[in-house]
Design a protein around this ligand. Sequence first.
Ligand code: NCD
Length: 311
Amino acid sequence: MGLRGRDVVSMRDLSKNDIESVLRAARKFIPVAEGKVRSNLLDGHLLALAFFEPSTRTRLSFETAMQRLGGRVVTIADPAVSSVSKGETLSDTVRMLSGYADAIVIRHPNEGAARLAAQVSDKPVINAGDGAGQHPTQTLLDLATMQERFGTLTGLRVVLMGDLRFGRTVHSLAYALTLFGATIVLTSPPSLKMPEHVRRELDSMGAHVIEEENLGRAIRTADVLYVTRIQKERFGDLAEYARVSSDYRLDPKLLEGVKDTFIVMHPLPRVAEIPKEVDSTPHAAYFRQAFLAVPVRMALLSQILTARGGA
Ligand code: NCD
């Protein structure tokens, strides 16, 4: 079964085959994303973007993907200027959008909001981040970045660092890495550990998960360090945020002991967790990762919206 007409709310909505098929198609879209080849694959298709939380890359890469394939977008980028500010419910907004567009991309501060949207929409719904829940399309481009670098996803050793509690990108990513048999090393401040329900699910899938508090030790034998931002907006107590974020930073010296092929990834935005000096090292992969958002979202949108899916 292809992705045509399907919702992508959680990583669990995608099989290993679905993921591999998106990654394969994404590689073919790279020249289109670079602007070197023109395509009209999504001519006549309209995508609605409903963003109820700040976004730069996610929203703009969805818009770029759509427009470079000849499709069009309508966007709520600022809920303050839509009827949400008048008290319209999410389900009314989504039901209306599903009458306008061929698919809806939604980002919302509440966990479960995208699932609710999918229930009331008769068009496919793509979750672009629901609170501290999931961010499955980010995971697809994270996997594309690793696959481009290592040629495979099987057997990688990936360190997930930082806010594993509120960081939705790592919840989706840990699930997907487990599907591909990666070893996952968790390193976080004690108050920001991976939630129990995520750990339980990984365990039930037979995941290889290790906890390692010492970052230097964690990355010495690793292929990837995936850094996340401390999710300030999800803290009830800002004093607690200040406490955990103050000494949370990748020390460039630690990179002296890593494998040559080792990469540092980050979904971005970074705040202070990766110093700028790392950008010029061969290990920095986060800007490539941000670029790959476009071909990956091209692949996903083509597969959801059309029969051939750009294959
Ligand atoms: C992430 C998000 O929104 O979850 N950003 C993104 O989509 N690239 C990570 C973050 O905000 O820290």
